[in-house]
Design a protein around this ligand. Structure first.
Ligand SMILES: Nc1ncnc2c1ncn2[C@@H]1O[C@H](COP(=O)(O)OP(=O)(O)O)[C@@H](O)[C@H]1O
Ligand SMILES: [Mg+2]
Length: 360
């Protein structure tokens, strides 16, 4: 699967542009502020449905525009699909797959799995569990077609029960507990199986990137006492939930613990090591997606040389090239990219004040 071409307009400082891509390396270089991240953001927007820089669409749309538009032609298993997303400042959007309008961003996302590797990734280690749950669930979305429906069912049951608890309406509580437990157990089984695969691949990746990371571990915490079924945990926590006004135990509290030689990684890793751990997490995600889907995801790699020192950047590129998928990588200098991206399997793009030119 790869992106054959894309057109972008109304995104940050980028001039309207249409580009064709290489099925493997797409190397973008340009000064800070030229628009490299904005270009990666455009593809992310189409593929994931949101920016990786802002939760809202408004800051992404160019100051002098009301809408932004990203379209792409992709090749998936030999079939060509046309994807399009138009977003308006006022929140309206139009999504298209081939000649049809679609309602859900998840329909676009399902066609175009991407993995993003950039500075924001450090949140995976240093911020709260939401980021780590999104990492797991975002992967499951692609490997298990029924996952989104189960996830939604759980969120809906949780929201309804919490709304009831908050207003001390508990006449329906038995039914909500039943729904929560059923969807929650199913969600958790999927997560546990995926994390087992991810954890193993992650350890391999981490020690490939740096032998000093050989002692790193990824541990799944399901969000309630591992010894009991969710129904049981919910039932025994019920009085306390009613008193507090919300559901305490359950997969909404799940986490991935990162441990280094038995200690919390966030407390032991140097910043440089943390960046490598993020890279290992993302490369593991890409590898697991490849194993399940039979093809690698598209990688968006921002500012690789600002993030990693030379030898590590080279190793990351080596793994990416080994996975064989399509990669978009940005850096300030062209030489920084061509030094790490070995061989001729790439196109080179120059980004200058919002204009992107294909050089080779
Ligand atoms: N909504 C917007 N409209 C126009 N320009 C914007 C908008 N948001 C950000 N910019 C500008 O776009 C430029 C491109 O930034 P960026 O893509 O981060 O560049 P790079 O990644 O190459 O350093 C920045 O100079 C920024 O000020
Ligand atoms: Mg940038």
């Amino acid at each position: 699967m790869h992106v054959l071409s894309a057109s972008v307009s109304g995104i940050r400082n980028l001039s309207p542009t249409a580009l064709s891509f290489h099925p493997q390396g797409n190397l973008l270089f340009g000064l800070n502020g030229s628009g490299k991240t904005s270009f990666l953001e455009s593809l992310h927007l189409l593929a994931v449905g949101r920016s990786f820089r802002n939760a809202s669409i408004r800051p992404v749309i160019s100051h002098d525009c009301d809408t932004c538009l990203v379209t792409a032609k992709i090749n998936k298993a030999g079939k060509v699909h046309n994807l399009g997303m138009e977003r308006h400042r006022n929140g309206e959007s139009v999504l298209r797959i081939d000649a049809h309008n679609v309602a859900a961003r998840s329909s676009l996302a399902a066609l175009l799995p991407v993995v993003m590797l950039d500075t924001e990734g450090l949140a995976l280690i240093f911020d709260g569990p939401d980021n780590r749950r999104r990492y797991v669930d975002g992967t499951l979305f692609h490997v298990e077609p029924s996952f989104l429906a189960v996830w939604r069912r759980y969120q809906r049951a949780l929201k309804q029960r919490n709304a009831g608890l908050k207003r001390a309406i508990i006449s329906n509580d038995e039914a909500w507990l039943f729904d929560l437990a059923r969807a929650g157990e199913s969600l958790t089984n999927s997560r546990r199986q995926l994390v087992a695969r991810l954890a193993e691949t992650f350890q391999d990746m981490a020690s490939t990137l740096s032998p000093a990371l050989a002692g790193i571990e990824l541990i799944f915490k399901q969000g309630w006492d591992q010894q009991v079924a969710l129904q049981e945990a919910l039932t025994s926590g019920r009085d306390d939930d009613i008193r507090r006004g919300f559901t305490q135990a359950g997969p909404h509290r799940a986490d991935l613990r990162l441990r280094m030689n038995g200690r919390a990684a966030a407390e032991t890793l140097s910043r440089g090591q943390a960046k490598l751990v993020v890279a290992a997490l993302k490369l593991a995600q890409g590898q697991v997606l490849t194993d399940y889907l039979g093809f690698p995801p598209v990688y968006l790699v921002d500012d690789i040389t600002a993030e990693l020192d030379e030898s590590h950047a080279a190793r990351v590129c080596e793994v990416l090239q080994g996975q064989g998928g399509q990669v978009f990588i940005a850096a300030v200098e062209a030489e920084e990219l061509t030094r790490f991206w070995l061989g001729e399997a790439h196109s080179l793009f120059h980004v200058e004040q919002g204009r992107i030119t294909t050089l080779t």
